[in-house]
Write a protein that binds this ligand. Sequence first.
Ligand SMILES: Cc1cc2nc3c(=O)[nH]c(=O)nc-3n(C[C@H](O)[C@H](O)[C@H](O)COP(=O)(O)OP(=O)(O)OC[C@H]3O[C@@H](n4cnc5c(N)ncnc54)[C@H](O)[C@@H]3O)c2cc1C
Length: 416
Amino acid sequence: MKKKVIIIGGGASGLTAAIWAARSGSSVTVIEHTSRVGKKLLSTGNGRCNLTNSRMDSDCFFCSEPDFPMEVIRQFGWKDTLRWFSSMGILCRSRMETYYYPMSDQASSVLEVLCLECERLGVEIRTNCTTEKIHREGKKGQPLFTLATDQGKLSGEALILACGSKAAPNTGSDGSGYDLARAMGHGIIKPLPALVQLRCQGSHYKSLGGIRTEARLSLYINGELVRQEAGELQLTDYGISGIPVFQLSRFAARALDERKRVQVQIDFLPFMDREESRVFLKKRTEEFSSRNMGDLLLGVLHKKLALVLLKAGGISPELPAGQLTQGQRERLLRLLKEYEALVSSANPFANAQVASGGVDVSQVNPQTMESRLVPGLYFAGEILDVDGICGGYNLQWAWATGRIAGTQAAQRGKKH
Ligand SMILES: Cc1cc2nc3c(=O)[nH]c(=O)nc-3n(C[C@H](O)[C@H](O)[C@H](O)COP(=O)(O)OP(=O)(O)OC[C@H]3O[C@@H](n4cnc5c(N)ncnc54)[C@H](O)[C@@H]3O)c2cc1C
């Protein structure tokens, strides 16, 4: 008789686990508590699904156990992901050299193909199904999980928790997986929003909403430089957003949660160092000495942003540039190169792409994704205390963990 693998969560990692468990000969049931599987997958990469990245290093993932993510990724890397999708008919192409997307540019095509493969393999998918309780019995080598759900009981020799995190709860990823893991004895590192916008103090952001500009950002926590990122900064009416902000946000959110002071220093002239910027500003005031200060940076900086910086420096926009004092010029230089944004909070989970924190990986075997506490219990995807930077890393994590958990859960069933 076929061994039975139950998977809770029909997202990227759960569907991957289902496919690999079924390919390994198990009978598989996926329990999804929303009306359809893969909702979050549909919104990835702005609907285009950035499904992996060919730059796959340890600095692309964060975890309380820093070696854990790459121990997993080494078993199923980006080339394996491309090969696997290609075998199911999804051809991929790279953008910006290392970021991979399906050639269709449609996240929906990735989800459809995963669903077709599940169907081909006879995976049972139960939607609108809520797990009320998990009961584990059986001897050490022969566990048996019995789930009480609102659609009746079901049992299996292996159970995979692939419930996602708390990020983007409208997609079904509502944190209920943490409760299931906790009920099985697992520790949870406090989940916090990551890859998310940062809210900053100051009413002037209201006039900056919608501005995009290249910038270099330096994150300071309690006055100490923690991390730097560069790229397109998006100013919003409440603070800062854009890829470089997302990359910093996991550190900012955790520091704020620990009641630390969080500042982002913004360099609005990232193409010049400080001395070059000083020379540039001096030359500019000489060259356009009859222009008003409000017009001095036209063509260099968004006009609204320039006006906000002038106001912060106490410089009248009506002042002729030729009359700018050295002290005023130094103040403006400082605002252009080291603008201080004091962060008051990270946006909530509703706006976050992923969560930092999750199931404590010290209780999970990276070779098998099996719990070290509960034999027969496996984990896959974002439910774990691993988060990746922007660029296809979180989905790579979902594919890799799904592949390992699915295969191992099926093999465990076979061995006993
Ligand atoms: C807007 C947005 C864009 C993104 N873009 C990218 C991108 O381009 N590239 C990238 O790598 N990553 C991206 N991500 C992150 C990526 O989507 C996630 O990391 C990935 O989907 C996680 O997969 P998962 O299977 O662990 O969780 P999910 O995809 O969240 O799936 C979890 C599933 O489990 C279900 N579930 C939860 N609890 C239960 C329960 N108790 N019982 C039954 N079912 C349950 C949920 O309804 C859901 O269907 C993006 C995320 C968002 C929100």
